[in-house]
Ligand binder design. Sequence first.
Ligand code: ATP
Ligand code: FE
Length: 335
Amino acid sequence: IYILSIESSCDDTSAAILCNDKVLSNVVATQKIHEEYGGVVPELASRAHQQNIVPVVHQALKKANVTKDQLHAVAFTLGPGLMGSLLVGTSFAKSLAYGLNIPLIDVNHMQAHILAHFITEDGYKKPEFPFLAMTISGGHTQIVKVTSYFNMEVIGETIDDAVGEAYDKSGKILGLGYPAGPEIDKRAQLGNPKAFKFTKPKVEGLNFSFSGFKTAVLYFIQREVKENPNFIAENLNDICASIQYTIIGILMDKLKLAAKQTGIKHIAIGGGVSANSGIRKALKDGEQKFGWTTYIPKFEYTTDNAGMIGIVGYLKYLESDFAKQDVMASSRLKI
Ligand code: ATP
Ligand code: FE
């Protein structure tokens, strides 16, 4: 079965071709325009999607050496995400499926961040049910109990900012570019994680909170810079390492609690922040420490990509779970 999948929920335009559960091509056009503004500008994102979508789809087909006539279905991101961005992918997918007279398949972006683990890749094992998935990204921070492909329950989530925002906003305070997650991660590996101390937010149960953390970083930096105007430049790696150490501590505390409460020891991560070297290491260490079996996605399936949309498309295709032509993009779609 050949599936073309489209992802356009935020600021990456992506198209992939899958043959069953294998990804033949996964093309991502990252929009550079937002760097100038230090964050995603929705209006500009929709325009860039419109510009990129046809070339990206062309390239995905070409790289996979598959023609349009060979496709069995078109899968696309229905939500959650920015409405203007979602509309571009949704309209394009509808028209293509209609033109080719093949099924259309709607995909939940957050389910896709989790089900990306079911793409067949050399050297990667697929999770065993039930498992816990911690989705950590630019817009979400959730712990999800996954009982089967389409039976998922959110058992904990952030009550304010997402963990990716904690990274990006801390980066902004430090004068780093957008998105700041990758650079903080790189610098963190060169710094001392115990150099500075940030308090962890107190949130009951399995929920998270990151808005207080961002404010703590802001006040700390303002205080230090008043004393020493070169504080940031002189301590950047240590600051990044300390920020990363605190964030990973917050994530791991909740994950440990979730594993304890549910008795589930199969643990997966997904979403853009799962590219982070610190969380990858902390999770891996959990195998020895807590007897977990852990699942860490291949790097290219962590941040937004159409490969993960395609695997959900394939799993839904097997169940003949198709969308109607009047389906509407949904910016607040829930799991
Ligand atoms: P959502 O999936 O919730 O709709 P999104 O699609 O915008 O949000 P992703 O593309 O999944 O988010 O993730 C982007 C986020 O991942 C950004 O906040 C970015 O800073 C963060 N990120 C990427 N790489 C790393 C890294 N190595 N360390 C920490 N954060 C990272
Ligand atoms: Fe995402």
